[in-house]
Design a protein around this ligand. Structure first.
Ligand SMILES: *[C@@H]1O[C@H](CO)[C@@H](O)[C@H](O)[C@H]1NC(C)=O
Ligand SMILES: *[C@@H]1O[C@H](CO)[C@@H](O)[C@H](O)[C@H]1NC(C)=O
Ligand SMILES: *[C@@H]1O[C@H](CO)[C@@H](O)[C@H](O)[C@H]1NC(C)=O
Ligand SMILES: *[C@@H]1O[C@H](CO)[C@@H](O)[C@H](O)[C@H]1NC(C)=O
Ligand SMILES: *[C@@H]1O[C@H](CO)[C@@H](O)[C@H](O)[C@H]1NC(C)=O
Ligand SMILES: *[C@@H]1O[C@H](CO)[C@@H](O)[C@H](O)[C@H]1NC(C)=O
Length: 463
């Protein structure tokens, strides 16, 4: 009897271990639902660590930062109402398939379904995409790390310009970032803590051409749709249906995706490995990651030009402020905006990175090249996890041989130095950078890019 109990305990321990191992293998594949810690794992041990890369910035010692512009994605959030509805639907199906009187028998026959039916559906639609408590911590910690990395810019009483998308999770993220900096930071005398600017942070909503061609166009996501019905996804759907003892017709790619997302949400929001994770192997996770990346690629990335062109309003705003700081520095004036922090979405950062040419693969992501894209650059989990941040730092350098070297720029994505497209180096003179992006700076105008081609009503009427 005792040995039986020991055996049961051992078995349970082994099962727990397997669950841990299994879910640890999934963490890298959550796409835009990835934790920031999955990009910078050293933060798990110490959320204020500047990481192994902090030491070597590659800057000449005579350079001092003049201006920092940080574009942030909001922190960890709850699922949207739509996702919660789908999860409720899936969970209800699992509850229905379990005959209450026969719970034990049913559990033995279908342990995964029994475990998930017993799982408490605690999400409710009023949570709709709001910032989770973990999201506040993401932002407070990020603020403290940035301040520690650039102490001169974030020194007490320096002015902070803080702008945000109008979404509640972004406003809350901005406020949490602000709190992370401590009470001594001046907001320039304005009472308003966070200024809303959707034309900069939600440019996609204001771009009529993007809305018509991509957002509200059923055929624009053709590759995504095809992958959902393709052989890789079908295999995952069949596997999950079999694990849940459900007829395969009762499941589809969307429901399987919501099960996978729930695994990611429970980890990101509650720091637990949920039983939803046990439905998926690492191979399945790779397929679901591709599905997520595919959608981002066609909706926010290189899939359609208008995705990135709609962000040129933000791109130009960044360079206008850099120009202004250079001008002020040249005329020995104080820098009016040493720190500019703007909070938006994955959908804000991704198009901008595409406009600048980052993470572009030789071949487009398509429904039929899953295998060939195994080593793709476009992996949204690496690029835009929760609390993702793209930082531009302008430096003033003394004792330079060439006057062009007086102003230099670095870019960091998720606190790691980026390699500039034009040089593969982590630092560029400001002049060189502007030269490389001359065409976008001069020829990309939001209004023209986003205008819909004029419809000839006469011609349509005659049809
Ligand atoms: C969600 O939960 C809150 C409190 O737990 C409750 O007041 C609210 O009515 C719930 N909303 C829905 C849509 O169920
Ligand atoms: C948003 O930012 C743009 C660019 O800096 C500016 O022109 C515009 O006035 C701002 N809008 C609001 C509502 O502050
Ligand atoms: C919708 O997208 C397809 C595929 O890109 C394109 O051919 C079509 O013109 C778009 N339709 C509209 C109304 O923009
Ligand atoms: C999350 O859970 C892990 C393992 O259970 C634990 O080591 C870690 O401290 C937890 N992290 C937080 C932020 O609670
Ligand atoms: C940067 O490095 C990549 C990979 O090594 C190479 O393909 C690319 O041509 C390089 N770009 C420049 C501007 O040197
Ligand atoms: C609209 O279409 C009609 C008939 O095809 C043509 O006669 C007219 O010139 C067009 N108008 C414009 C403004 O293009």
């Amino acid at each position: 009897m005792a040995s039986l109990r020991v055996g049961a305990v051992l078995l349970f321990a082994v099962l727990l271990l397997l669950l841990e191992v299994a879910s640890a293998g999934l963490n890298g594949y959550f796409g835009t639902k990835s934790r920031y810690e999955d990009v910078n794992p050293y933060l798990v041990r110490d959320p204020l660590s500047l990481g192994p890369a902090a030491a070597g910035s590659g800057l000449p010692p005579s350079c001092a930062p003049l201006q920092l512009r940080a574009l942030l994605r909001h922190g960890t959030r709850y699922p949207t109402a739509e996702q919660i509805r789908r999860l409720g639907d899936l969970h209800a199906r699992l509850l229905r398939r379990r005959p209450a009187a026969d719970a034990e028998l049913s559990a033995a026959a279908c342990p995964a379904a029994a475990a998930l039916a017993a799982w408490q559906m605690w999400y409710n639609e009023s949570l709709d995409g709001r910032l989770a408590p973990q999201g506040r911590r993401d932002m407070e910690h990020l603020a403290r790390r940035l301040a520690a990395r650039f102490p001169a810019l974030f020194a007490a009483r320096r002015r902070l310009v803080l702008a945000s998308s109008s979404k509640h999770r972004c406003l809350q993220s901005g406020a949490a970032f602000r709190r992370g900096l401590g009470p001594s930071f001046s907001l320039g005398g304005d009472e308003a803590e966070v200024e809303v600017n959707d034309s900069l942070m939600r440019f996609f909503d204001h771009c009529a051409k993007f809305v018509a061609l991509v957002e509200e166009n059923d055929t624009a996501m053709g590759q995504v749709k095809a992958f959902k019905e393709g052989p890789e996804m079908r295999k995952v759907v069949e596997k999950v249906a079999s694990a849940l003892c459900l007829p395969v017709e009762e499941l589809n790619a969307d429901l399987v995706q919501v099960a996978f997302l729930t695994c990611s949400y429970e980890l990101a929001i509650k720091n637990v490995t949920s039983p939803w994770c046990s439905l998926f192997s690492e191979e399945d996770a790779k397929v679901l990651e591709y599905l997520n990346d595919l959608k981002q690629y066609w909706k926010r990335g290189y899939g359609y030009d208008i995705n990135s062109r709609s962000s040129c309003i933000l791109f130009q705003d960044i360079f206008q402020h850099l120009d202004k700081a250079v001008e002020e520095s040249k005329s020995s004036k104080p820098i009016s905006s040493p720190v500019i922090v703007q909070v938006g979405h994955a959908e804000t950062l991704q198009p901008l990175l595409a406009l600048m040419g980052f993470f572009k693969d030789d071949e487009p992501l398509k429904a039929n090249n899953y295998i060939r894209q195994t080593h793709r650059k476009f992996r949204t989990g690496r690029i835009v996890p929760y609390a993702a941040n793209l930082v531009f730092v302008l430096y003033h350098c003394d004792q330079v041989k060439n006057p062009e070297e007086e102003y230099q720029v670095q870019m960091l994505l998720n606190e790691k130095l980026m390699l500039f497209q034009h040089s593969n180096e982590t630092i560029s003179t400001y002049a060189e950078l502007k030269h490389y992006y001359k065409n976008i700076l001069e020829n990309c105008h939001f209004k023209e890019e986003c205008e819909l081609p004029k419809v000839n009503n006469t011609a349509i009427d005659e049809l």
